[in-house]
Design a binder for this molecule. Structure first.
Ligand code: SF4
Length: 362
């Protein structure tokens, strides 16, 4: 390696020893990390910020303190504990992986073995292998990609630049100091990306690698990494029905186990499609024949599309079949975010509010 372009692992590790973030899932210095905590945090952190995961991580651990307790729990409880974190396939995979680990009696200890667990991709396997088991892996997430693209002034846009960045990650991770402390090296990269080499206005003056950074030298830091232009997010439409009976119970249903929001509770409704629904065709999906009033439209943005969900409220004397919950318990039942929005719109609609007032004064 050319000396001037070598970001020395020792420099990052000294910086990490001094400035590391104190995060709930991290073991204190010198203490062997618990693979369950490392795995759980890495799954939660997929597509969710550190700030959002922090309190949820502690609550989840209180409810499921060991991988065996998670494996033994019914899916409904896991879904409930996960509600609000989004990307619900993660929870299904988490539950399935816990069962595999509990049956095997331990976590696999290398990246290849970890990758065989449901929900564990290349990045997550490398992160767990490095942090929990001290394997010489450099996990490549968005933060690490950004640091490497800047250190080596990679001008090719993402995602095309990924193979080159992967090779650069191997190159920096090959140093003896990195191989001696792979978990700290990986977490040092995460912390550098979060605290110093940030997407906007990187703090190069505080960076332990500024002497080796090609983008800093060239005044390009803020322009890298370059990204290929994104296509516009497609739009979809749906209609959901808030059906309430005279006892104040609301009809819910569980989504099929596979696919988006798989296994989560929802208000019954139409499929989600690219064309808006006409009233008549939407009503063909209504759970009862009754008079339906509009309760507005909520918007939710998923990774691959945006959804406009129209909310209708209606009443029947008694909900016969299906899963019905008292109205006051619906928001706490573990609905995914999009359904919390829809339920909120129904609850604040004039028709439902009036009904609630009538019941309270009866
Ligand atoms: Fe990032 Fe600046 Fe450090 Fe380069 S010098 S790695 S751009 S913070």
């Amino acid at each position: 390696m050319d000396q001037r372009s070598t970001p020395r692992a020792e420099d990052l590790l000294s910086w990490y020893d001094r400035y590391r973030r104190d995060l709930p899932w991290r073991a204190p210095p010198g203490v062997q990390p618990d693979p369950y905590r490392v795995w759980l945090s890495e799954i939660m952190l997929q597509q969710t910020t550190v700030a959002a995961v922090g309190p949820r991580f502690e609550a989840f651990l209180c409810r499921f303190p060991t991988v065996a307790s998670l494996a033994a729990a019914p899916w409904e409880e896991v879904a409930r504990a996960w509600a609000g974190l989004g990307y619900y396939a993660r929870a299904r995979h988490l539950h399935a992986a816990a069962k595999v680990v509990a049956a095997q009696g331990r976590f696999p200890e290398d990246a290849a073995g970890l990758r065989a667990l449901p929900g564990v991709g290349e990045y997550t396997a490398a992160a767990i292998a490095a942090i929990a088991f001290g394997r010489p892996e450099v996990p490549l997430d968005g933060n690490v990609e950004r640091i490497l693209a800047r250190l080596f002034a990679v001008e090719e846009p993402l995602p095309g630049a990924k193979p080159r960045l992967r090779a650069l990650a191997r190159r920096v991770g090959e140093q003896e100091a990195a191989k001696a402390r792979p978990g700290d090296f990986a977490q040092g990269l995460f912390d550098l990306g979060a605290m110093v080499c940030t997407p906007r206005r990187p703090g190069c003056a505080l960076c332990p690698w500024r002497g080796a950074c090609a983008a800093h030298r060239a005044g390009l830091a803020e322009q890298l990494p370059r990204k290929a232009e994104r296509k516009a997010r497609p739009q979809r439409f749906g209609v959901v029905f808030w059906l309430e009976d005279a006892a104040g119970r609301v009809l819910l249903r569980r989504r099929p186990p596979a696919g988006l929001l798989g296994g989560m509770l929802e208000l019954p409704g139409t499929p989600w499609r690219e064309a808006p629904w006409q009233e008549e065709e939407a009503l063909a999906h209504a759970p009862a024949r009754t008079r339906w009033s509009g309760a507005g439209t909520v918007r939710h943005v998923f990774t691959h599309f945006a959804l406009d969900l129209a909310v209708r409220v209606g009443r029947v004397a008694q909900i016969g079949e299906g899963l019905a919950l008292p109205r006051d318990e619906v928001l706490g039942a573990g609905l995914p975010g999009v359904m919390v929005k829809a339920a909120g719109a129904a609850l604040s609609s004039a028709a439902v509010a009036e009904e609630a007032r009538g019941r309270a004064s009866a």
